[in-house]
Design a protein around this ligand. Structure first.
Ligand code: BG6
Length: 491
């Protein structure tokens, strides 16, 4: 068994029987164990409020692993071995006395301690205080928390203050799982390892950038949470703005967490405020109605289970973001994200400006700009669209746009691309924070998103409807068309 950390970890997992833990976290730990990356003697304390015992929880987790891990990657004997690391602890998170049991479990104090709070954020402060009061953590403990950190700037500050009262910033690992995706990390390699792009990466050479994160799924039984959040809080405040930062940031001095995060914060600070008079041209919000998904009829958002029929929560957002700095002045970043769109697709498209003097067929002028397409999912890879001459005697100097293609799974014959959570948990174990979000990033992101939400509220305008299975309200197409552009569609 390879052990690249040499570090034994004790993981206290709060919310261990919840959906996130079962769907993502245990499968990720299983994969790390399978890859030989969990040191001998590393242990997991599964903590939840449900009456259960270790034997029952292990059985339940075995079934869940079998369900959530791909069949070809599920090895029963590895799962059995992995589950021997897991013990169960019933706990009322609010009861300080209960934390004594956690202290007793820590009978191997040389193991590094990781606390993972897969709970509602309202519990973070309570858990942190109770752990400290029971002497269950110290200044070396690493603490992992999930989004959402609050629902606006003010509430995020409260949560960050509560965590900050117990832990130093260098102990806090705020997860944005998009940062764990292989291709998202590749943005850093693409931009800062290839000098080819460095000289092209600014307003002199790029006309605009598109970021699309589309999902075909609807709300999937999460109506209660989602209706309070909406797509802008659920996806834009974190995932989309993180992608935007990685595309727009200046080169960091090195790969250290703070160098990278300092540069991202500069981008967030430079985001242009969207004032009420700009809303019509800069922001579109939508809500899906009944339609089709994968060829099957699906209900509208207001007909989903548990729905409040009068809800005006958005399930789609398209935004034009502008960054007020030297590098990006005049380059719009069009971003869109939504539920119940035609397919699951995340991609970034960098549209380069055309050559300064065009000498080819005027009918083909619309082709004349290079595009770099970065596919985050599915088919992780990149494609650079370049212009060449069309072949054949009869074609003269007609142009054709063709791809320089890099599909990771084919080019590198990658065996498997690890899930984002595997990478993130592995980085936590190594104590590396560069893929985690710092407090000021969270707060600047909220500052920008809050003003858009405030403008929506003040305008009183309901979201525009779109049928499930379409690319959102037509207003989102109009938004970009008004600027003489269109959302990219691969022909
Ligand atoms: C989560 C959101 O953060 O990201 C979900 O809360 C969304 O609403 C999910 O479905 C999308 O993640 P991925 O990795 O499937 O693109």
């Amino acid at each position: 068994m390879v052990n690249n950390t040499n570090t034994r970890c004790d993981l206290m997992l709060f919310g261990a029987l919840g959906d996130l833990a079962q769907r993502k976290l245990f499968p990720a730990f299983y994969q790390l164990d399978r890859a030989g990356l969990l040191a001998e003697g590393s242990r997991i304390l599964a903590i939840a409020r449900t009456e259960a015992d270790t034997k029952g929880v292990r059985e339940q987790l075995f079934d869940k692993l079998k369900h959530h891990v791909k069949a070809e990657e599920f090895e029963p004997e590895v799962a059995e071995r992995f589950l021997q690391r897991v013990e169960y602890q019933l706990l009322d998170f609010n009861d300080p006395a209960g934390y004594e049991a956690l202290k007793d479990w820590r009978d191997a104090p040389n193991n590094e301690l990781i606390v993972y709070m897969a709970t509602p954020p309202s519990m973070y402060g309570v858990i942190a205080r109770n752990l400290k009061a029971a002497d269950c953590c110290n200044e070396k403990t690493r603490v992992v928390v999930e989004k959402p950190i609050g629902h606006d700037l003010e509430s995020s500050r409260v949560i960050n203050d509560e965590l900050g009262a117990v832990y130093n910033e260098n102990q806090l690992f705020r997860i944005d799982h998009y940062l764990g995706k292989e291709t998202v990390q590749n943005l850093i390699a693409l931009r800062f390892a290839n000098n080819l792009f460095a000289s092209q990466w600014d307003q002199n050479h790029i006309s605009h950038v598109e970021i699309t994160v589309a999902e075909s799924v609807g709300i999937e039984g999460r109506w209660g949470y989602f209706d309070q959040a909406g797509q802008i809080r659920d996806m834009v405040q974190n995932h989309l703005l993180q992608l935007l930062c990685l595309i727009a940031m200046d080169p960091p001095a090195d790969l250290s967490a703070d160098s990278i995060r300092d540069e991202k914060v500069k981008v967030l600070k430079a985001l242009k405020q969207v004032t009420p008079d700009m809303m019509d041209r800069y922001v579109v919000r939508g809500q899906y109605t009944a339609g089709t998904s994968d060829g099957k009829p699906v209900p509208g958002y207001l007909e989903e289970e548990g729905a409040n029929k009068g809800s005006e929560t958005e399930t789609f957002v398209a935004l034009k973001a502008e960054i007020d700095n030297w590098r990006w002045s005049g380059v719009p970043f069009y971003i869109r994200t939504g539920k119940r769109l035609p397919e699951k697709l995340s991609q970034i498209i960098i549209h380069f400006k055309p050559a300064p003097h065009y000498i080819f067929d005027p009918d083909q002028k619309h082709l004349a700009n290079n595009k770099l397409i970065i596919r985050l999912q599915p088919d992780e890879g990149m494609s650079l669209k370049i212009l060449t001459k069309d072949q054949g005697l009869d074609k003269g100097m007609r142009l054709r746009q063709g791809p320089l293609e890099l599909t990771f799974s084919e080019t590198f014959e990658t065996e498997r691309i690890p899930d984002a959570y595997e990478r993130l948990l592995w980085e936590v174990m190594k104590g590396n924070q560069y893929l985690f979000v710092r407090r000021d990033e969270v707060e600047y992101a909220w500052r920008w998103v809050d003003q858009v939400i405030r403008n929506w509220k003040d305008s009183g305008e309901p979201p525009k409807r779109y049928a499930a299975g379409t690319w959102g309200p037509v207003a989102s197409i109009a938004m970009i068309t008004r600027d003489g552009r269109s959302w990219y569609e691969d022909a």
